[in-house]
Design a protein around this ligand. Structure first.
Ligand code: AMP
Length: 217
């Protein structure tokens, strides 16, 4: 299965994507995680990406597209993948479509996770991740155990200012890819408000419906 996960920053994509890939046995490809790994490793790509990421702006399309297309061409992604955080612009969506088309492949579903802006800022500013396990917590809504609090990481772009920039970028540059995929009949919108388990149940139902509709179509 080839799926794309779209949603504003802090909508819960990372948490939900981790659950879905376990269920569908596909690799979870997050361009944000790939850029953060490149920054940490101090590569040339990481240095270029870091400047954009710190301010909550998008990394330029040519860098992002090249990195992503190389990743989806790897053997573990041959039979399917979950893209989280890509595409984020119409040129990125077009580049992915062109590459898949060339390989004779198609997307199965584009999930759009919907969460209102006022909830997003609250979620993002309290978000912390555990570098040892990758688990994401929220200081108020999903508090971490006391013995691991000291090792938790607060992302540089999880400040209120960067969050507002990222939300504006989402509405201005990323939301326009939804009609692009709607025209292909691939979009399923899911309400991202509620407990993580409730949202997982909605996403699973939407994914299964999309898959059976595609098989019949
Ligand atoms: P994320 O973890 O998905 O929120 O991504 C963190 C940051 O990485 C974003 O705010 C961007 O600066 C950068 N980034 C991740 N994916 C993309 C993308 N598809 N296009 C451009 N920049 C990206």
């Amino acid at each position: 299965m080839r799926m794309i996960f779209i949603g504003p920053p802090g909508a819960g994509k990372g948490t939900q994507a981790a659950r879905l890939v376990e269920r569908f046995k596909i690799p979870h490809i997050s361009t944000g995680d790939m850029f953060r790994a490149a920054v940490k490793a101090g590569t040339a790509l990481g240095q270029q990406a870091d400047e954009h990421m710190k301010g909550g702006r998008l990394v330029p399309d040519e860098l992002t597209i090249a990195m992503l297309l190389e990743r989806v061409a790897e053997p573990d992604a041959r039979d399917g993948f979950m893209l989280d955080g890509f595409p984020r612009t119409v040129p990125q969506a077009e580049a992915l479509d062109a590459a898949l088309g060339k390989a004779g492949l198609k997307l199965d579903v584009v999930l759009v996770l919907e969460v209102p802006d006022d909830l997003i800022v609250e979620r993002i500013v309290g978000r912390r991740s555990d570098p040892d396990t990758g688990r994401i917590y929220h200081l108020t809504f999903d508090p971490p155990p006391a013995d691991i609090v000291d090792r938790l990481v607060h992302r540089k772009d999880d400040t209120e200012e960067a969050c507002r920039t990222r939300l504006a970028t989402y509405h201005g540059q990323t939301a326009p890819i939804i009609p692009f995929y709607e025209a292909q009949g691939l979009v399923r919108k899911v309400n991202g408000v509620g407990s993580a388990d409730d949202v997982t149940a909605r996403i699973s139902a939407a994914t299964l419906t999309a898959l059976s509709a595609r098989r019949q179509g």
